[in-house]
Design a protein around this ligand. Structure first.
Ligand code: GDD
Length: 329
């Protein structure tokens, strides 16, 4: 059984590879990377999975990729995924995120293959959510508030359309925020954890820079999410959309307070105006009933453990230890 993971060098992609290696022994895993991809999340995987150089914005390269690998399952995780970058360079986020998926779909359409394709979509698609519209289900209106969110709505609709027009077996997972070891340092949980680890090591003064602390997010551990992705390609209905979320909203302040409680340092908090967004998504609170019914999925890793593992990841990484990168149980 051949499994292709686009974006394997990212947090979710590398955890998905770990999960499949541990739980699906007959899976032959292929992952795409680009020449400029950071390799630290996959260094421990280089002798266990096939890492293939492929820039998915190149249509010809995508055709070659699909015709060579002939995957049974595709997890399409590759994307520009940091919301603020999409305001700085909207063209790149929108065109790259859409083009990569279009190239992949076209390559599959002309390949005579019929893989199940999980598409990593986002709770950001819901954007402007009013308090009486929560918890969010698949039928909530999509009111995107950033170019990134618009790119995800477009990916979502393309996955729907390619299923309707060409029968591609797309599974549309609208995943809410997910975190854990290997999370990119720009995202809020990881950024705060890294700052704390730097303060502990004396690399940085005891002042933690923050943006909007009143927004609410519904966080799930990435290791629960990737287990969900495997269940999704095995049990979900092609063409359908699914919310994946824990169902527990918390403010950014609550998350920060828990991270701070894990450290002995006395740390001051300072709002950095550069971290405030032109239009932030204020409430994300998901209802994953449809996904749970389809797959039996239940998240099992507590919020607290997710943050503890993330902080320890940064402590180890900054101290030059490798433990947290490789061992993520
Ligand atoms: N990044 C960041 N840095 N965010 C901050 C900060 C900070 O210093 N301070 C407060 N925030 C707030 C943001 O304003 C936002 O409300 C929230 O923390 C979460 O920000 P991120 O962690 O950057 O994630 P996101 O919610 O914008 O998007 C993530 O989740 C989506 C799923 O809902 C990304 O992973 C997306 O790619 C993903 O689709």
């Amino acid at each position: 059984m051949k499994v292709l993971i686009t974006g394997i060098t990212g947090m979710a992609g590398s955890h998905l590879a770990d999960y499949l290696l541990a739980e699906v022994p007959n899976a032959q895993i292929y992952g795409t990377k680009r020449w400029r991809s950071q390799m630290k999340n996959v260094e421990h995987l280089t002798d266990k999975v096939a890492l293939v150089d492929c820039d998915l914005t190149d249509g010809t390269a995508c055709h070659e990729l699909i015709s060579k690998i002939r995957p049974d399952f595709v997890f399409h995780l590759a994307a520009q995924s940091f919301v603020p970058d999409s305001w700085k360079n909207p063209h790149a986020t929108i065109t790259d995120n859409i083009t990569m998926q279009l190239n992949l779909f076209e390559a599959i359409r002309f390949s005579n293959l019929d893989p199940v394709i999980q598409v990593a979509l986002s709770s950001e698609e819901y954007g402007k959510v009013y308090p009486d519209e929560t918890p969010i289900t698949e039928s909530n209106p999509l009111r995107p508030l950033s170019p990134y969110a618009v790119s995800k709505v477009a990916q979502d609709m393309l996955a729907y359309q390619y299923h309707q027009s060409h029968g591609l077996r797309t599974i549309r997972t609208r995943t809410f925020n997910h975190e854990g070891p290997r999370r990119g340092e720009v995202f809020v949980t990881s950024n705060f954890a890294k700052q704390i680890a730097e303060i502990e090591l004396g690399i940085k003064p005891a002042v933690l820079k923050v943006g909007n602390l009143s927004a609410q997010r519904d966080w799930t551990d990435v290791r629960d999410v990737v287990r969900g992705y495997w269940l999704a390609v095995n049990h979900c209905t092609p063409g359908e959309d699914y919310v994946i979320a824990c169902g527990v909203p918390r403010t950014i302040q609550t998350m920060l307070d828990y991270l701070l409680s894990l450290s002995k340092e006395k740390i001051a908090i300072e709002v950095d105006p550069d971290r405030l967004r032109p239009s932030d998504v204020e409430i994300l609170h998901g209802d994953a009933t449809k996904f749970r019914r389809a797959t039996g999925w239940e998240p099992v890793i507590p919020f607290e453990k997710m943050l503890e593992d993330l902080l320890n990841y940064w402590r180890d990484l900054l101290a030059g230890r490798k433990e947290s990168i490789v061992s993520v149980k």
